[in-house]
Design a protein. Structure first.
Length: 306
């Protein structure tokens, strides 16, 4: 599905990038979540010096633990940290550029576990692979520690993971004892309309962040990371608060108003009736990496105020 275009204030600036993000969120996790080490290739036991990352969250982890100088290339959709802008691009989830990857002579490639064809090709080329499986909030720091151990930077990874955990603990403490509004977490819809609405279910890091920040997910009982819902379903769920994620820089006031006004078609929803619709902007919102603390804080502010 398409979240929208930058000029609408909804989406991340391109249809392709938005579709790629939702492809990851909508894809069910397979097996144990997180970053999983895999012994493919003869270099699997060595500390890699040239790493290609096709996973933006893993890229952010590598830089956070101090391994940025080892990153030789990143995906088409990596935007953070700023240092990635100077690195070669090698495709992404649905379009990895195998020839480009091989030409860079990496000794480790971080890829999505679902990229089975790519992993097979890299294995035949005797290049070590580290498959990524997205999962829960806890899997982010566990995965960072695993990745750090795999590349010989366990101490740096442990420090970065501990910093994330301290930040999340602070958000959890700030929300403790406050009312927990029933919340609809919208991760996508068509711009300026209530068509093709995608929401968080009761599994995955976005659901976990919402619960940690002091909200009760109205679809928390559905064991899916995300799903499409009809307006009738939202009306029946009756959320007190609507949090809506936009993966671009902040839009103009006029664009925000147009997006918020789309919800006026559901005046029977408490969040609409009481004006508790919050539009959150930022590319970090759907990246399960070191910046999840920023997302948790944004959720908490929207739910409970400053």
């Amino acid at each position: 599905m398409t979240l929208g275009f930058r000029d609408s204030g909804f989406g991340i600036g391109s249809v392709a990038l938005t579709a790629a993000l939702l492809a990851v969120l909508m894809r069910p996790a397979v097996g144990a979540p997180g970053l999983q080490p895999r012994g493919d290739g003869p270099q699997a036991g060595a500390a890699p010096r040239r790493i290609v990352s096709l996973v933006p969250s893993a890229t952010e982890m590598l830089f956070a633990m101090g391994a940025g100088p080892r990153v030789a290339a990143v995906s088409s959709y990596d935007r953070f940290p700023p240092e990635v802008e100077r690195l070669p691009r090698v495709g992404a989830l649905v379009d990895p550029d195998v020839e480009r990857i091989l030409s860079l002579r990496p000794d480790l490639v971080v890829a999505y576990a679902s990229q089975t064809d790519l992993i097979a090709q890299l294995t035949r080329a005797r290049i070590a692979v580290y498959p990524y499986r997205h999962g829960s909030l806890a899997d982010i720091t566990a995965g960072m520690r695993d990745l750090g151990a795999r590349i010989g930077m366990a101490a740096g990874a442990a420090r970065a993971a501990a910093e994330i955990e301290r930040g999340l603990a602070g958000v959890r403490a700030s929300a403790a004892g406050r009312p927990r509004p029933r919340t609809l977490l919208v991760i996508g819809r068509e711009p300026q309309s209530l068509r093709a609405i995608s929401v968080s279910g009761g599994f995955g890091f976005l659901h976990d962040l919402l619960e940690l920040a002091g909200g009760d997910n109205v679809f928390g009982g559905v064991e899916r990371e995300s799903m499409m819902v009809a307006t009738e379903t939202i009306l029946a769920a009756g959320p007190d608060v609507i949090l809506e994620l936009h993966y671009s820089d902040r839009a103009s006031r006029a664009a925000e108003t147009l997006e918020r006004d789309a919800w006026k078609l559901l005046p029977g929803v408490p969040a609409v009736r009481n004006g508790r619709i919050h539009l959150l902007y930022g590319g970090e919102l759907v990246v399960p990496g070191p910046r999840v603390v920023l997302t948790a804080r944004a959720f908490a502010r929207a739910l409970h105020g400053p």
